[in-house]
Design a protein around this ligand. Structure first.
Ligand SMILES: [Zn+2]
Length: 240
């Protein structure tokens, strides 16, 4: 199953993205952070991470809220990536190593806090890692319909929020008025990902969380730390 998932994610990500210069990142209002398959790590609901489902869409799970520490598959082959990357992606959660966590904390970024991460091994007590999960207190309003490369018709029919599909190159646009109150670190409202498995049971769920959307200040910290494995996509700001 894991092999299938990874293969699927590779397919999904094997797309064309725009290239941006450092000047364009510096000038961006906000930048979407998108993990790639090479630094993906398995974890989440199937590994006993706890969620509040009271506001989750019954059809696709969008809107579920993590309440406990993030749990990784400690027995999976992808755990080696914790030693290969300074930051890894787990279904759009971002998990950073200890020095990077400390740098982010010292930078006093608005909207950001850090949470504990555990590795789950069969028949063993969960093992707390020195890695930390990024946590954003602020969720942005829905994207502007003037975003391109996003198939809004593919969205979950029940909530219009989940299971969104994209075609490359994606260009995320936000209305200027919807960015009032945005922080250094935010979460997108929409959930992307064509492969979602959700029947109401967390133990079998495969769900992608919304992307992180950050200021150039955050991008600069990741760049200076030599982080690889993420695509950074500046948003466009539009009137409608
Ligand atoms: Zn839904």
């Amino acid at each position: 199953m894991q092999k299938l998932l990874v293969a699927y994610k590779v397919d999904w990500l094997d797309q064309r993205w725009d290239e941006y210069t450092d000047e364009e990142y510096e000038a961006a209002r906000l930048i979407v952070v998108h993990g790639m398959s090479e630094n993906h790590i398995v974890g989440g609901p199937r590994f006993y991470t706890e969620y509040d489902l009271s506001n989750a869409c019954p059809a696709c799970g969008a809107g579920m809220r993590q309440t406990g520490a993030y749990m990784l598959d400690g027995a999976g082959p992808q755990t080696v990536r914790l030693g290969q990357f300074r930051a890894v992606d787990s279904y759009s959660e971002i998990i950073v190593d200890q020095p990077l966590a400390e740098t982010l904390t010292r930078a006093n970024l608005s909207g950001l806090s850090l949470r504990s991460v555990y590795a789950i091994q069969p028949d063993e007590v969960p093992d707390e890692l020195i890695w930390k999960q990024l946590w954003a207190s602020h969720t942005l309003p829905p994207l502007s319909p003037r975003s391109t490369g996003i198939d809004f018709d593919s969205a979950c029919k029940t909530c219009r929020r989940g299971k969104l599909e994209s075609t490359s190159p994606v260009r995320f646009a936000y209305r200027a008025r919807d960015l009032e109150g945005s922080k250094d670190v935010n979460r997108m409202w929409e959930h992307f990902g064509e492969y979602v498995r959700w029947n109401g049971d967390l133990k079998t769920a495969v769900l992608w969380q919304p992307y992180f959307v950050v200021t150039p200040k955050v991008w600069r910290i990741f760049r200076d730390a030599g982080v690889t494995g993420f695509q950074w996509l500046p948003i466009r700001v539009v009137e409608e």
